[in-house]
Structures are given as C-alpha cells and as structure tokens.
Design a protein around this ligand. Structure first.
Ligand SMILES: Cc1cc2nc3c(=O)[nH]c(=O)nc-3n(C[C@H](O)[C@H](O)[C@H](O)COP(=O)(O)OP(=O)(O)OC[C@H]3O[C@@H](n4cnc5c(N)ncnc54)[C@H](O)[C@@H]3O)c2cc1C
Length: 497
C-alpha cells in the first residue's frame, strides 16, 4: 500500500483537471499537488468519445482555457483537436508528471483534528488500493458515468439482428459505408452523428420522440479571424472570447425574456435551410422554451444540408418494437436498419462516483447546498468543477480554479487551515442543475442543491461570476478554522459571513 501527502489533490485529468493544475502551478507556485486519473489518458470526454464527427458544440474561444489561446482557425472543433489541445497544455505547463493514471478515487475521508483528507484510490491496472492524504481536495471528475451511457428500454431489441451501438463505446472498426443507419435521439450527439455518417452510409435516419432546437453556426468565426490578423495571439483570443461570452449572455437573456421571439427566429432559420414543404413544425419545433434544454449547434448547417439532399431524414415518432431488421414505429411505419445507434444520452454521476465522509460521518450529497457552485455546505477544504449549462464549461472551470487558488492563499495569509461553507438557513432550495433534459431529471434528486441567493445561488452568468469569483469576498458564508476544530462546531466570531 503506497501512501503520501500533497497540499492539493486534483481528481481527474480532463479539460478541467488539467486546467486546475495549471492554475495551481501559476497562482499558488509553492503548493504541492497530484492529479489522480482513473483512465490511462489525459482528456476525459475528449479522449473517451470517438464516434464519427465528434466535436464541440460551443466555440473554442470560450471552451478553451483563459490562459492558452485557441489558435486553430476552426471555432467549432473536432474531438481530436480538443484532445490535442488539452494534452499540449499538460505538457507545456508541466502538469503531466503530476498525473497518476489508473487511479480511480473511490472515497475521501476528512479529519478535522489533522485538517487532512485521506483519499482512497483503486488501481484498475494492478488491482491495488492506494491511499494518499491532502490538505485540499479538488474534484474535476466531470458529470457522468464513463463505464456506461444511458440506454432506455428498447422493446424487442433482443430479436434485432443488426449492429447496436452506443456513441460512448464506439467500435473503432465499425464501417457504415453503404449501410442503412438509424440514430435514436435528438441531442447534441445525434445531430453530430447524422451528417457525419451520412457521408458514407446508404441513408441515415434520425429517429426522435420529440424535437430539439437546432441552430446553425459558422464553424469559423470571422470576427476571431480578423482579430488574429490584427492583434497578437493573446489579445486576439481575449477579444474573441469576450465577444462570444457577451453574445452568449445576450442570446440566453433574450431566450428567457422573449421566448416566443426566439422560437420564431429558430423556426425561421431552420426553415430557410430546409427544402420547400419540409415539416419544420413536426421535426424542429419543440414544445419547451429555448434553453429549458441546451440548444443544439450544427456547424455550417451540416445537418440541414444532409436532410436537404436526401442523404438523411428525420422521423418524429416512438418505437413500437425492434424487429429482426429494423424498427417498427407506433405509427405503423417500419425503419429498416443495418446499424442502430442509441444516441440516448449520459448517466449523470456526481463526483466521479467517490463517496465523502467528514469526521466519520458519510456525506449525503443531496442534503448539501452548493456554495458559489463549487463547494459543499458542511464539507471542509473541498471544491468541485461543474461548468455552465448555458455557456462553455471551461469559462466556469477557469473561475473555480482561480477561486480555489485565492482561497488557498487566504488560508496561508491568515494562518488558518480549514474553510467550510456553512449551510444557508433556508428551505428555499432548488436543484443545482436547472435544465429540464432527461439526463438531468433522471439524477437530480441525488445531487446537491442551490439556495435562493448568492453565494448559494448559481447565476449561470459568466460576467457576473468573474466579479464574484475573481474579485468578490472569500469570507461570505464560510467558516475558517485551525486544525482541531470539528467541522460541525458552531461558528465562532472573526468571520464576516
Ligand atoms: C460528447 C460531448 C460533447 C461535449 N461538448 C461540449 C461543448 O461543446 N461545450 C461545453 O461547454 N461542454 C461540452 N461537453 C461537456 C464536457 O464534458 C465539458 O466541456 C468538459 O469536457 C468537461 O471536462 P471535465 O474535465 O470537467 O470532465 P471530463 O471530460 O468528464 O473529465 C473527467 C476526468 O475525470 C476522471 N475521473 C472521473 N471520476 C474519477 C474518479 N473517481 N477518480 C479518478 N478520476 C476520475 C475521468 O476519467 C476523466 O478523465 C460535452 C460533453 C460530451 C459528453
């Protein structure tokens, strides 16, 4: 059994974990840290997902790190470019040597007497169990299960003779050339897969139970291209990033304040890209308001182009049963399929499945309230990264990492060792994730809550969070203490919470 100690233990070497390590190295250079990563590679999501066409659906000027300009001309980038960018960052900022691969964190136990976490990890490669200790635990473990995507009950699937695939486990040698493909789903993955497979398949059908808002955006950002021509890379990146942040905020606010207007705009935009007479209302006009679920972005209208030239089609219907050679629908229609792709989503998982205990008592995540969207009430020296639901994940990840570094420096400056958010005194709590998507609703009762106002409320607003996280107070709603003060002790004075 190996055992050692670091100041900060980062869980996960995806986009967020690598970014967190860079922030730590730059903003708290004296701190020791390690990154425990369950898999054998850097990149998380961008290493795991390998389906045809896999790409971002937000622009890379906001999905990229604040400290490392995205210089590729493609604003909406393919999975491999993003994977390369994360790996390059890890190499360039000397993060790589801190990563311990094949370490799946399963449990972390806080002890107030020593002001330390004891973190238990299982090594999938050797079967060994490892223990480390740290002063601060920083979870960057994403938000979904890696081992299994979500597949709903598919009636009659056991009698299906074709190939059934989930995008999370794409068979590397699957050849779709000349095959008839049905993609079940209408989310970001489905709208990516359909045009990508339609390039070689005989035909691709997107089978959706209900429509999603789909919007076409240019894969290249002309404003960013111009900025790159005139400005040094760092300035060009910052300008493009803020332009996209502000556009995103404006679009979101408009969707919230005038949903009817935005609905009409999205419908008109889709109609303009589809052939005359296409049933836009049936296939592209959801019943919910824009941003009740994430909008799906298609670069340069690739999905609409595949539909317009007949290589792909959308069917809005429900599955009656699988047959040996395809799917029979409730309407009675049959969809022949050599390959069926279940683009039916993710299984949400908090903290990468690790359990927490504080002074011998297990933490019930659903009973905690998220502080500034990144710490948990009653859990000392702990932070987690959860990105925005209405903007790029990394915008929030960067802010969380900066805030953690400010907090660590504040502890050192004031001679304290422990910082614990104190639960707000209110029953007015709401789910931490405000989307109405199926994957959120399936898991929301296992997740932390948010409160009615700052610092317990998530505003999903980057400019506002910049003020709060980079420049706002560090002492509101938390208790600072030295080692030896139990996490459950009543707060003492000297704290302006
Ligand atoms: C297909 C797809 C496309 C997406 N596109 C976008 C997009 O365009 N824009 C956007 O903003 N967001 C997008 N997202 C959300 C996306 O997940 C984030 O943008 C970002 O990749 C999250 O990074 P992360 O490092 O926080 O999490 P992940 O990428 O999930 O990485 C988490 C890492 O932690 C490791 N880990 C997990 N649990 C443990 C454990 N217990 N012990 C040790 N290691 C552990 C994992 O192995 C993984 O390496 C997309 C998600 C998916 C699935």
């Amino acid at each position: 059994m190996a055992s050692d100690h670091v100041d900060v233990l980062i869980v996960g070497a995806g986009l967020s974990g690598v970014g967190a390590a860079v922030h730590l190295g730059r903003e708290c250079p004296g701190k020791t840290y390690a990154v425990l990563e369950a898999r054998s590679a850097i990149g998380g999501t961008w290493d795991l997902f390998r389906y045809p066409g896999v790409r971002s659906d937000s622009d890379m000027y906001t999905l990229g790190y604040s400290f490392k300009p995205w210089t590729d001309p493609k604003a909406i980038a393919d999975g491999e470019s993003i994977r390369r960018y994360v790996r390059q960052t890890a190499r360039e900022y000397d993060v790589q040597r801190h990563i311990r691969f094949h370490h799946r964190v399963v449990r972390a136990e806080w002890d107030s007497a020593t002001a330390r976490w004891t973190v238990h990890a299982h090594r999938d490669d050797t079967g060994e169990d490892t223990t480390l200790t740290c002063a601060f635990l920083f979870a960057n473990s994403g938000y979904y299960r890696y081992d299994e995507g979500y597949t709903p009950r598919l009636p009659g699937v056991e009698g299906y003779a074709g190939t059934l695939v989930h995008p999370q486990h794409w068979p590397p040698r699957l050849d779709v050339t000349g095959r008839r493909v049905v993609v079940i789903g209408s989310g970001a993955t489905a709208v990516t897969l359909v045009p990508a497979m339609a390039e070689r398949a005989a035909h691709v059908t997107m089978l959706q139970r209900s429509p999603t808002y789909v919007i076409s955006l240019p894969s290249r950002d002309r404003f960013a291209d111009a900025a790159r021509r005139w400005l040094p890379p760092t300035a060009a990146y910052a300008v493009a990033r803020w332009k996209n942040v502000l556009l995103g905020v404006a679009n979101f606010q408009l969707s919230r304040r005038a949903p009817g207007l935005v609905k009409r705009y999205l419908r008109r935009a889709a109609k303009g890209r589809l052939p005359a007479g296409y049933d836009v209302d049936r296939h592209f006009s959801p019943r919910y308001d824009p941003w009740d679920q994430r909008l799906c972005v298609v670069p340069d209208g690739d999905l609409f182009a595949a539909l317009a030239d007949g290589r792909a089609s959308v069917v809005t219907d429900t599955i009656d049963t699988f047959t040996a050679h395809g799917i029979r629908l409730t309407s009675g229609a049959e969809l022949p399929a050599d390959i069926v792709v279940t683009a039916t989503g993710l299984n949400l998982l908090a903290l990468g499945g690790m359990t927490l205990a504080v002074d011998g008592v297990d933490v019930d995540l659903a009973a905690t309230v998220a502080y500034k969207g990144m710490m948990l009430s009653g859990v000392p020296n702990f932070a987690m990264t959860i990105g925005y639901t209405n903007a790029s994940w990394t915008l929030k990840a960067d802010l969380v990492a900066t805030y953690v570094c400010r907090l660590l420096r504040h502890l050192d400056d004031t001679g304290q060792q422990i910082v614990t958010p104190l639960a707000p005194d209110t029953d007015d709590l709401a789910p931490i994730i405000d989307l109405r998507s199926g994957y959120v609703l399936r898991a929301v009762d296992q997740l932390p809550k948010q409160g009615p106002r700052a610092p317990w409320r998530l505003h999903q607003n980057y400019p506002r969070d910049v003020r709060l996280m980079r420049h706002g107070p560090l002492t509101d709603g938390v208790r600072f203490a030295r080692a030896g003060v139990p996490a459950t002790a009543a707060p003492s004075g000297g704290n302006d919470a």
